[in-house]
Design a binder for this molecule. Structure first.
Ligand code: COA
Length: 159
């Protein structure tokens, strides 16, 4: 099967969860190379510093050989173009994701028409995870071991 160039998988990944890993693994099967792009969502304040998020993602993805992780601060569409990316990967977990994703995909298409947004459906096991829910459960002492890979679990435990 012909594979399809470089894709960026952007997000805040604060922290990286099994849901993100699931999407990344699917994308790595389709694209030649997937760059996890830690980008800034101006509506979110950070929990882990970007450099730590990057380290954790690298630790969680040692079994994948066609991906990388970078931190980027700026307009994603410009960055995708500068990287000559063919696609932006996003995960869809449930219907409520759609409205936001739809608007973001249209905005990015307007800014960089040559970069296609591609949606991967997450596995149903991970459909209800979000980074903030994981942080919230952890903050109250709950068990998050089924939500995040071991390196993230350890990092959260030491905060
Ligand atoms: N499994 C688990 N959780 C998932 C998931 C999956 N498959 N897919 C998404 N999520 C969660 C995330 O953990 C996150 O949870 P949170 O809201 O509790 O933090 C939420 O769903 C969506 O976040 P994420 O996928 O990380 O995206 P985001 O909305 O934080 O990131 C950016 C959006 C960073 C990609 C976007 O703001 C951006 O492109 N910024 C750069 C500036 C720019 O170009 N802006 C214009 C964009 S049109």
């Amino acid at each position: 099967m012909k594979k399809a160039g470089i894709a960026l998988y952007p997000g805040s990944f604060d922290p990286f969860t099994f849901g993100h890993l699931d999407i990344l693994e699917r994308a790595c099967r389709i694209f030649d190379h997937v760059q996890v792009t830690i980008a800034r969502n101006s509506e979110k304040s950070g929990f882990f510093p970007n450099a730590r998020r990057r380290e954790l993602i690298l630790e969680c993805t040692q079994h994948l050989d066609n991906m990388s992780v970078e931190v980027f601060d700026g307009l994603l569409a410009d960055y995708a173009r500068s990287m000559e990316a063919v696609a932006l990967v996003r995960g869809l977990r449930q219907v409520s994701d759609f409205d936001y994703e739809f608007r973001m995909a249209f905005a990015n298409r307007r800014l960089a028409p040559e970069v296609e947004t591609v949606f991967f459906m997450t596995s149903e096991r991970h459909a209800l995870i979000s980074a903030s829910i994981v942080r919230e459960i952890h903050g109250h002492g709950g068990d998050i071991s089924s939500f995040v890979p071991k390196p993230v679990l350890q990092a959260l435990s030491s905060t």
